[in-house]
Design a protein around this ligand. Structure first.
Ligand SMILES: O=C(O)c1cc(=O)[nH]c(=O)n1[C@@H]1O[C@H](COP(=O)(O)O)[C@@H](O)[C@H]1O
Length: 238
């Protein structure tokens, strides 16, 4: 596995992204392009980032009828990102359609992007889930249910919080990816995230990749902040 940190490039323009990436000119990063950036800059931004040799998680969280998701994924596969995602709440048929689309859009000799599914957003609390989604089981049970459905659908892993990662690994195996946002150093503000954890907690839980946005991108010294997350991870001996 490469770097354990996926940096969320939640910027509104290509200029801001390039200014940010220039601070890391000698390093190969794993970065995430989400809705904010992709909706402003379109597919061209993927080419710009790939040109610099970084790995890309294209986080568009597809959630629609199976046919629409399949067609969208067929197009997204052509961008040759490393990782893409959907919402598990879209259901098994939709997740299988996503894979079919990715397969169709991947040319011979190219590697199909890995595909993971969001279980419960890390900005969702158990109380909120019960009240707003009318899901009456504990949040961990809901996350595990979605993770099982995701695996049954043939996907490569899930987005969850670090608090559910150990359980998912135990039930679904070490090869099933757990990608966890809501990562903060002790001194960082949680902001809108509800299920947060530190990098050392994440490592002990067996997380595959930590997603970190604002703690790095809004920092006065992003390079130093990035290193802090890497060092905190590497400091934990399992
Ligand atoms: O799929 C995601 O990446 C994602 C899922 C989730 O449950 N929670 C979550 O925060 N994210 C993304 O992870 C990033 C977290 O950013 P920060 O809260 O700034 O570290 C954002 O880009 C979110 O869109």
């Amino acid at each position: 596995m490469g770097k354990p940190v996926i940096i969320a490039l939640d910027f509104a323009s290509k200029d801001e992204v390039l200014t940010f990436l220039n601070r890391f000119s000698n390093e190969q990063l794993f970065v995430k392009v989400g809705m904010e950036l992709f909706y402003q800059e379109g597919p061209a931004i993927i080419h710009d980032i790939k040109e610099r040799g970084h790995q890309i998680f294209l986080d568009l969280k597809l959630h629609d009828i199976p046919n629409t998701v399949k067609s969208a994924m067929k197009g997204l596969a052509k961008l040759q990102c490393d990782l893409v995602n959907v919402h598990a709440a879209g259901g098994q048929e939709m997740m299988m359609a996503a894979l079919e689309g990715l397969d169709q859009g991947t040319s011979a000799g190219q590697r199909r992007p890995l595909c993971i599914a969001v279980t419960q957003l890390t900005s969702t609390s158990e109380e909120q889930m019960k009240k707003e989604q009318l899901i009456q089981v504990p949040l961990k049970e809901s996350v595990l249910h979605y993770a099982k459905l995701t695996k049954q659908s043939g996907l490569n892993g899930v987005v969850c919080s670090s608090h559910e990662a150990a359980m998912i690994r135990e039930v679904l195996g070490n090869d099933f990816l757990t990608v966890t946002p809501g990562i903060r150093l002790k001194e960082d503000a949680a902001g809108d995230q509800k299920r947060v954890a530190t990098p050392d907690f994440a490592k002990k839980a067996g997380v595959s990749y930590m997603v970190v946005g604002r703690s790095i991108t809004k920092s006065e010294n992003p390079h130093e902040s990035y290193q802090k997350f890497i060092q905190a991870w590497e400091g934990v001996q399992l």
